[in-house]
Design a protein around this ligand. Sequence first.
Ligand code: NDP
Length: 246
Amino acid sequence: MNPFSLDGQVALVTGANTGIGQAIAVALAQAGAEVIAAGRRDCDQTLALMGQVSERAGRQMRLDFSDPMAARDVFAAERIDILVNNAGIIRRADAVDFSEADWDEVMDTNLKALFFTCQAFAKAALPRGRGKIVNIASLLSFQGGIRVPSYTASKHGVAGLTKLMANEWAAAGLNVNAIAPGYIETNNTEALRADPARSRAILDRIPAGRWGRPEDIGQTAVFLSAPASDYINGAVLNVDGGWLAR
Ligand code: NDP
């Protein structure tokens, strides 16, 4: 058996229409999984990319986490072995001016929806005695950041909940882990990369000397979904080119 293979596994990736979620879906498909690309809009492009690396047909599913309970019934309906909680948003304003609406929207999407999606997955997976959850955290699961109070709170929450769920479910055969991406080239960071001074300051701090690519996160998600990582529980793995080591 290849411990890095996902043959025979069914994976669901949230926010799979673009960016990191799309790269994760493609990487899981390449590793042999049957992937359900979930998004609040269509994931046609992701399905096409998955089709280039795998003969296994991918599927898509509409999931909009403006309702944090959106995935409530998904895991009871069919066997899903791997859950990747990637969907996330960011809102920027000084802490002193930050609005309640921006607080609630970010916390609902990044933290409340993630928790209740994990809970729904666990209700189905615990009786089977096997399952992998990979949550997408952030550098701001460890650092404070600036002008992103709800994002920082939500991503600290993702790290904490990942450990709690690992504590509660590891003995029953579920692995719950998180990936904390550094600065990755996606829509999310487009404005940052377009600002030469800020972009240079970020690059100068990354020991690896380059921004991360969505594929860097995709391959880590394969590892945390595969049998190779069966003894990893409650880890929040930095994939940041060394940013946090600095
Ligand atoms: P993108 O903005 O490109 O992707 C975010 C994804 O989340 C999109 O698919 C988006 O869908 C989806 N999403 C947002 N809100 C909802 C919702 N209510 N319901 C369903 N899906 C939703 O950003 P990234 O790919 O960069 O981000 C992916 C994850 O990685 C996020 O959790 C982010 O916090 C995290 N991250 C990113 C870093 C980076 O440097 N890029 C660094 C650290 C963490 P839609 O396209 O419809 O908006």
